[in-house]
Design a protein around this ligand. Structure first.
Ligand SMILES: O=c1ccn([C@@H]2O[C@H](COP(=O)(O)O)[C@@H](O)[C@H]2O)c(=O)[nH]1
Length: 268
């Protein structure tokens, strides 16, 4: 999928929402538990209820891997079910020595046909580059994450006065163009967005941390406003667990619609 395809979808739907499919078997409505594949059934109903309101879906691999082979099966069926126009992100946070990264890339881009995978940059260039060798596929590199621990390394100041996340972004921009590389920047760091946009004016940012983690969508939106919008804002629990009864999908839709309307207002 190209950058233009993503922009077009944003314009059509007046939305830059990414719905996170963090589907926890212990949190899905009880009435689904007697289905053959409750996780897939839950995802299917969430997708049906939200697909016109979002441009992207992001299953987090932990939720599927924790279930063993059945989880991989649910993940593959979910990916197959997501309409093709949506940008699909495997939130796997991978990265290893080169040959191993190459196999991770094959797993997410060939075996499964995701558009993008999240990658952890800590092991450096040779751990990231194998993911960039797949035409039309995307790397979403962790830059400044939404969690409290982001202060432990990412915000530490280097000899040249730059925080580590900035060094990571500048180096990574030498490896991948805005057509194949995005950065994860947590919504919980609103004061950093202006600087991050200066560092990477053309790259899409995947922004988790709104909703359940307390990040505020309104404050961030102006940092995506060059071109149409260069942000994908993720919400997982705030949408998929908006309700826990038989009407859970309708509740998820209502939560997604609320976010989409805020986004439409920003897009004008
Ligand atoms: O910095 C990061 C990177 C990834 N995530 C992931 O995004 C979702 C957020 O879920 P919510 O329920 O909307 O809080 C989840 O899959 C995280 O692993 C992140 O939160 N922060």
């Amino acid at each position: 999928m190209t950058r233009n395809d993503i922009f077009e979808q944003i314009q059509q739907k007046r939305s830059y929402l990414c719905v996170g499919l963090d589907t926890d078997i212990n949190r899905i409505p009880k009435h689904l538990l007697d289905r053959e594949d409750p996780v897939f059934e839950f995802n299917k109903q969430i997708i049906d209820a939200t697909k016109d309101l979002c441009v992207s879906y992001k299953p987090n691999l932990a939720f599927y891997e924790a279930m063993g082979p059945a989880g991989w099966e649910s993940l593959a069926k979910t990916l197959e079910y997501i309409p093709r126009e949506h940008f699909t992100i495997a939130d796997a946070k991978r990265g290893d020595i080169g040959n191993t990264s190459g196999l991770y890339a094959r797993a997410f881009f060939d075996t499964l046909d995701f558009d993008a995978v999240t990658v952890a940059p800590y092991m450096g260039e040779d751990s990231v580059k194998p993911f960039l060798e797949f035409p039309g596929k995307w790397v979403i590199l962790l830059a400044l994450t939404s969690n409290k621990g982001s202060g432990d390394f990412q915000l530490t100041i280097q000899e040249n006065g730059q925080p580590l996340y900035e060094k990571v972004m500048r180096r990574a921009m030498e490896w991948g163009s805005p057509e194949q590389l995005m950065f994860v920047v947590g919504a919980t760091h609103p004061q950093k967005f202006e600087e991050i946009r200066r560092i990477a004016p053309e790259h899409f940012l995947l922004v988790p941390g709104v909703g359940a983690q307390g990040g505020d969508l309104e404050g961030l939106s102006r940092y995506g406003k060059n071109d149409l919008v260069g942000l994908l804002v993720n919400s997982s629990r705030g949408i998929i667990y908006a309700g826990d009864g038989p009407d859970f999908a309708a509740q998820a839709r209502a939560a997604a619609e609320k976010v989409q309307q805020q986004m439409a207002a920003v897009l004008g």
